[in-house]
Write a protein that binds this ligand. Structure first.
Ligand SMILES: [Zn+2]
Length: 106
């Protein structure tokens, strides 16, 4: 499977990300960590659901895409309001329900 350009999920090797000579590869969307954490908590509540790589990646991507992107430069302190964990859990639950109803495979 080709890596998803937007999320980087499934990419075998990530291409180096440079802008004006600086590596941007360390800049992560902070919601990625919150979504991953929320998935650990939320998915067992829906068990049993299909937890193949495709479905799990789909839940991750859907959740992230439904949240506003939050990128932050590496030297800043956190001054912007990020999505609350409750908000992220809600999005993850919606994503789980979507993927459960309509998995990308049969
Ligand atoms: Zn699956």
């Amino acid at each position: 499977m080709e890596g998803d350009y937007e999320t980087g999920i499934g990419a075998e090797k990530e291409p180096a990300l440079y802008a004006r000579g600086y590596s941007m590869g360390h800049m992560r969307n902070r919601n990625e960590f919150l979504v991953a954490k929320a998935m650990e908590e939320v998915i067992p509540e829906y068990s049993p659901i299909c937890e193949c790589a495709m479905c799990v990646e789909d839940i991750f991507a859907l959740s992230l895409n439904s949240l506003p992107a939050k990128y932050q430069h590496s030297m800043s302190i956190d001054i912007h309001k990020k999505a609350t964990y409750e908000e992220v859990c809600k999005k993850v639950k919606e994503s789980v329900e979507l993927v459960r109803k309509k998995p990308k495979h049969t």
